[in-house]
Design a protein around this ligand. Structure first.
Ligand code: G3P
Ligand code: MG
Length: 268
C-alpha cells in the first residue's frame, strides 16, 4: 500500500523494550527504556497455550526464562510465574513474562509508541497474527473509530501501533482482524519482488536488517512511497548513515549509544 505519508512516529525505538541493557520483552525492560527517555519501543508478541498473547521472542523458554519447553505448551498464567529477568542480571530477577494487553496498557498510560512484532511460534502464524491484531485493536479502539477526514485521522495514526512480522500468514490474518492498524513487512535481506509483496500484503512499511540495505535500495523504497525501518542498529555512525539515506526509523539494542533523540541531532 504505497502512500507517501511522512513517518508519523518517533524515529528511534528501544529494541525488545530496553535493548541489551534489560531483560528483553519484560515490563521491567519497557520501564527501563522509558527511564532512558525512550517513548517508542519494539517488542515481540507470541501466543501462549490458551491463545493469550504474551511478550516473547524465542518459541522455547530456556534462553530467557526459568521455564522449559515450547511457549505454546504453557498457559499465560503459568508463564507469568516464571522468572524472565534473572538470566539477564540480578537487578531484574523476578520479572514475569507479561501479557501483551498489560504491556500495551502500560505504554498507552505513559504515551509510549509501539511497534508490535507478531512473532508466531512455528505452526501458529495465522492465529497469532489475528489474536495480536485483535488485542491491539481492542486497546486502541478509541483511535480506530471512524473520524472526519483531515487532521483528526492523522493525529490518530500518530498514536496507533505499527504491527510487523516476518510471517506473511501472520500479516494476512492481522489485516483481516484489524484492517485499520498499519502494518510493516519484516524482512532480513530485501527480495527483488519487495514492491509486489508490500502491495499484496497491504503493508505501509518495509522493515529490514540494516546490514543488507544499500543507499540505492533505500532510495527505491522511499521513492515508491513506503516507510522504511531498520533493525537493529547499535553504532551511531551507521545510524547517522541510514538516516542520511532516508531511513525513517530504526531500533537499537544500545540505548546508551543511540539515544531516543538521536535522529533529532542534526542527522536527518
Ligand atoms: O522488529 C525488528 C527486529 O526485532 C526483528 O528481529 O529477531 O530481534 O525480533 P528480532
Ligand atoms: Mg523483534
Amino acid at each position: 500500500m504505497s502512500h507517501f505519508l511522512p513517518w508519523p512516529w518517533p524515529r528511534v525505538l528501544a529494541h525488545r523494550g530496553g535493548g541489551t541493557l534489560a531483560p528483553e520483552n519484560t515490563l521491567g525492560a519497557i520501564r527501563f527504556g522509558y527511564e532512558q527517555g525512550f517513548r517508542a519501543i519494539e517488542f515481540d508478541a507470541m501466543l501462549a497455550a490458551d491463545s493469550v498473547a504474551v511478550l516473547m521472542h524465542d518459541p522455547t523458554l530456556e534462553r530467557t526464562t526459568s521455564g522449559r519447553g515450547p511457549v505454546p505448551a504453557w498457559r499465560a498464567s503459568d508463564l507469568a510465574r516464571l522468572d524472565a529477568g534473572a538470566w539477564h542480571s540480578a537487578r531484574f530477577a523476578g520479572e514475569p513474562v507479561p501479557q501483551l494487553a498489560d504491556a500495551i496498557a502500560w505504554c498507552r498510560a505513559h504515551d509510549v509508541w509501539l511497534n508490535v512484532e507478531i512473532k508466531p511460534a512455528p505452526g501458529f502464524e495465522s492465529v497469532t497474527g489475528a489474536r495480536v491484531a485483535e488485542d491491539c485493536a481492542r486497546a486502541y479502539a478509541d483511535l480506530l473509530a471512524p473520524k472526519a477526514p483531515g487532521t483528526a485521522q492523522e493525529q490518530a495514526l500518530a498514536r496507533l501501533p505499527l504491527l510487523s512480522s516476518f510471517e506473511r500468514d501472520a500479516l494476512v490474518a492481522a489485516r483481516a482482524a484489524a484492517p485499520g492498524l498499519p502494518r510493516g513487512y519484516l524482512l532480513d535481506a530485501v527480495p527483488e519482488n519487495w514492491m509486489q509483496e508490500l502491495a499484496a500484503l497491504g503493508c505501509m512499511a518495509l522493515h529490514t536488517n540494516h546490514r543488507y540495505l544499500t543507499r540505492a535500495l533505500a532510495r527505491a523504497i522511499k521513492d515508491a512511497g513506503y516507510w522504511l525501518f531498520c533493525y537493529t542498529v547499535d553504532e551511531p555512525a551507521r545510524a547517522r548513515q541510514l538516516f542520511d539515506w532516508g531511513v525513517d526509523a530504526l531500533c537499537t539494542d544500545r540505548l546508551d549509544l543511540i539515544g531516543a533523540d538521536f535522529a533529532g541531532r542534526g542527522t536527518a
